[in-house]
Design a protein around this ligand. Sequence first.
Ligand SMILES: *Cc1c(COP(=O)(O)O)cnc(C)c1O
Length: 354
Amino acid sequence: MTSPSSARLTIDLDALAHNYGVLCAHAPGAEPAPVLKADGYGLGAGPVGRRLWAEGARRFFVARLSEGEALRQALGPDMPAAIHVLDGFGPGTGPRLAAAALTPVLHSLAQAEAARAYAATARTPLAVTLHVDSGMNRQGLTPAEARALAQSPDRLQGLDVQVVMSHLGSATAPADPRNGLQLARFAAVRPLFPKARASFAASAGIFLGPDYRFDMVRPGVSLFGGGPEERPDPRLKAVATLEAPILDIRTVEAGETVGYGSSTVVEHPTRVAVVAAGYADGVIRAGKGQARAWCAGALRPVLIVTMDLIAVEIGEAQAQVGDFVELLGPHALLDDLAEAAGTVAHECLVRLGG
Ligand SMILES: *Cc1c(COP(=O)(O)O)cnc(C)c1O
């Protein structure tokens, strides 16, 4: 039990399982490969990964090698999932990847060459994934580089290309023409590796339709309740709930300011609940003024966020010191908080980490 005087974060693994089921139902025929980078979007890759395994997931993606090692440890020998490391094959990482049975996601010709050289010394075929950039311009081989690799088998000697993947940059906006452009580029590269399975869609891409799903999908944020179009989606449930108790309730007169500086001016006399949480707990400060918290049965404006205190305007609400206010959860929705904070749901979740 946490002491009643501090914020508490609750992770609802049943809601996670529900969201996983929704995503699987929208990608029939594609293998779900949940993305658990940044410690499972800040919510704990271990417990999240174990629950997803229980729900049938047999493959995960992480960003860092260290995340892959931690997830392997958390899953243990009874849950031998495939774990793909998006950072790929860095200098000297071969033995660590092998020790934790991690699959590097190669994203440059230099990485492919390093992996080939390592596989030659180890004299065992090395399972790899190839990441091809279809237009996001962040990570991946260019289509021309992928073609060059496919056409000179020497350069893939000792490598077992199991998956070829790419990533969409505009999938949260279904009408954006860049989605179709990226799809066409990926579809042109995919046949170069006929034995590999193809993976293209993350959370939002799953909802773009069957053309985008290929053999394997990589959902992240929607597992945790983030809507595919960056607004609340009633099909998905909140997984993370952040609550904190009211420490004090005070009345503020019209014309007074609340908090540091003078930007938050109260226009009418009002009651303000001072809540025991702040940006030290991962509540994004930029959310002030537009974010809303759930208190005494309604959503109410968050006036200020400081390091360890938040002020919520509660008007005449029947709230008392010690009552818990929901800052994020089934009422104070993740996508609404992200919009108020001028960011994405991913960042709101990751900030809660630790
Ligand atoms: C983060 C990430 C994902 C998951 O994205 P969501 O929007 O959270 O579903 C999938 N693939 C790659 C390459 C990623 O970096």
